[in-house]
Design a protein around this ligand. Structure first.
Ligand code: AMP
Length: 189
């Protein structure tokens, strides 16, 4: 069982690369951002609640996010592993994920952090906003807030996984194919 956390700031390329890793290693790709956006589109109670936070570039509260993630994992009992994209984002989420997986005799294999400088992130997000219409990618102040939230609440998780000897870093600047090759190499070690 291969369970990977693909980590990095907004705009690092997690979603694009997670899709490729999913296909290459036959994993289930769980993106909490995608699941929230689906719930917003379907106007579920969860979506209505999550939208309030997402529109401001804030994190959706831990309890709700953790519960949602666990129920998604439980939908795939036969899977040969997961790639987590956009989760965990806080220490509380990382601890909850460890506890939840260990209750199933599972664990995180590796956390791979994609490294991209801030000025490149901002231009990538703004371009994505124009192309995809994603509201939180179209407003410079929301983008700035998401990067700030990442730096204040999420970046610390690299240390959390490093302490478990599970942290790998990958240069996230270059062509999409080049970055994919770097990620495969990091997984295959
Ligand atoms: P993403 O698609 O990963 O950039 O996530 C978009 C937005 O969804 C974030 O700015 C948060 O508002 C929310 N979100 C996604 N994943 C999480 C998470 N693990 N914890 C809290 N909020 C999240």
């Amino acid at each position: 069982m291969l369970n990977i956390v693909l980590f990095g700031p907004p705009g690092a390329g997690k979603g694009t690369q997670a899709e490729r890793i999913k296909n290459q290693y036959s994993l289930i790709h769980l993106s909490t951002g995608d699941i929230f956006r689906y719930n917003i589109k379907e106007s579920t109670d969860l979506g209505v609640m999550a939208k309030e936070f997402m529109d401001k570039g804030e994190l959706v509260p831990d309890q709700v996010t953790i519960k949602m993630l666990e129920s998604e994992v439980n939908k795939h009992p036969e899977s040969s592993g997961f790639i987590f994209d956009g989760f965990p984002r806080t220490t509380q989420q990382a601890k909850a994920l460890d506890d939840f997986l260990s209750s199933k005799n599972l664990s995180i294999t590796k956390m791979i952090a994609l490294e991209v400088p801030n000025d490149e992130l901002i231009s990538r997000l703004f371009l994505r906003g124009k192309q995809s219409g994603r509201a939180d990618d179209q407003d410079k102040s929301i983008i700035a807030n998401r990067i700030k939230v990442y730096e204040n609440q999420t970046a610390v998780l690299a240390e959390y996984y490093k302490a478990q000897n599970k942290l790998a870093t990958v240069n996230g600047v270059g062509s999409v194919d080049e970055i994919t090759r770097r990620l495969y190499r990091s997984i295959d070690i």
